[in-house]
Design a protein around this ligand. Structure first.
Ligand code: FES
Length: 346
């Protein structure tokens, strides 16, 4: 599908059926592993941001915010998700589809903070507040100048809250709503204040519907899956016996050739394991800056520096010390060794 530079955006809200929690712990853990690896297959083809709604809303448990170039990728992701064991226990609670588009209105420039509205670049803010909305038909009958003035006022209020970022997608003719707005921010109270203030703006009077509203908490996919309850792959790994020196088998040499990387579990710890030109290194899987999974990062084999996939934070693999970018703290280093055909982590 050609979108002429626009992106396809999907907000897929999923609800877990309670019967899943009655499954055996080993099955629950396997389901989570399958789900995560099913999603991981699409890395590089789309931005997929997972969020948990456990504790913020009763009718859905997670959001997969997906941004890609074509609808076919969105279809393929959903097929992959529903082909997993966990997928059999997930219902689509809500689904919103839209495309990015340059606004028809003109606003005073912001300088460096101006963004290309046709490209979604999610930030690292902890919360995402999402709602679909529809405007009254009378809005579209107003003279353009009147709509421009109302929108200018609307945007002026929004700019008084620079810590809240808005992502607008357009759904006209594609889905039931006209727009989907997704606000990123670290402070629910600031977002609440912004929305209250916007209610008094002239443009707001022309809103036909702007519910449901979703308060979503950004986490790694593993944490989102664990927020569902049930056993996690980490808990299952904790049941694996270590040898007398505290090592577990993380894989075989055949599975982990030079350049390979893998997330393994040592007790309740997620560990990122790397084969750098035949030398194995194991560090904490969680970046010390945010919630990125470092096993998805990149290692420079010459310097043995690991680069975080989220914001480019760097760490020395041998010591775990920060070596550049936003992280101020190091990461934990684990022991890794080869015994026979096995790679051990301890
Ligand atoms: S999460 Fe920000 S640098 Fe790793």
């Amino acid at each position: 599908m050609s979108n002429k530079g626009r992106q396809c955006v999907r907000y897929l809200f999923l609800k877990l059926r309670p019967g899943w929690r009655d499954l055996e712990a080993s099955v629950q853990a396997r389901h989570k592993e399958e789900f995560a690896s099913g999603v991981k297959r699409f890395h590089g083809r789309l931005i997929l941001r997972p969020y948990s709604l456990v504790g913020t809303r009763g009718d859905c448990d997670m959001l997969l915010w997906q941004v890609t170039e074509d609808l076919e990728t969105l279809q393929a992701v959903e097929t992959a998700i529903f082909s997993t064991g966990l997928g059999a226990y997930l219902d689509i609670a809500y689904s919103y589809l839209g495309l990015t588009k340059q606004s028809e209105y003109e606003f005073p420039p912001l300088g460096e903070d101006d963004r290309d509205e046709t490209i979604i670049t999610p930030s690292d803010e902890k919360y995402l507040f999402v709602y679909p909305f529809i405007k009254k038909r009378e809005w579209y009958s107003l003279p353009f100048e009147e709509r421009q003035a109302a929108m200018t006022d609307h945007v002026r209020i929004g700019r008084e809250y620079p810590e809240i970022r808005i992502n607008t997608t357009y759904s006209f003719g594609l889905d039931d709503q006209e727009f989907v707005v997704a606000f990123e921010g670290d402070s629910p109270s600031r977002f609440l204040d912004l929305v209250m203030e916007l209610r008094s703006s002239p443009a707001s009077a022309y809103t036909e519907q702007d519910i449901p509203v979703f308060t979503c908490v950004q986490m790694s996919l593993w944490d989102v899956l664990d927020s569902l309850g049930g056993a996690s792959p980490g808990a299952r790994a904790a049941l694996v016996e270590t040898d007398s020196e505290g090592f577990i088998r993380a894989g075989t040499l055949a599975d982990l050739p030079p350049g390979a990387k893998k997330r393994v579990y040592l007790g309740t710890e997620a560990v990122a394991l790397f084969n750098v030109d035949g030398a194995f290194h194991a560090v904490s899987d969680r970046c010390s800056h945010g919630r990125a999974s470092l096993s998805e990062g990149r290692v420079d084999p010459d310097s043995c520096i690991l680069e975080c996939p989220w914001h480019g934070g760097k760490f020395e693999l041998a010591s775990g010390a920060p070596a550049g970018g936003p992280p101020q703290r190091g990461i934990r280093v684990f022991r890794a060794k080869v015994e026979g055909e096995y790679v051990l982590v301890g």
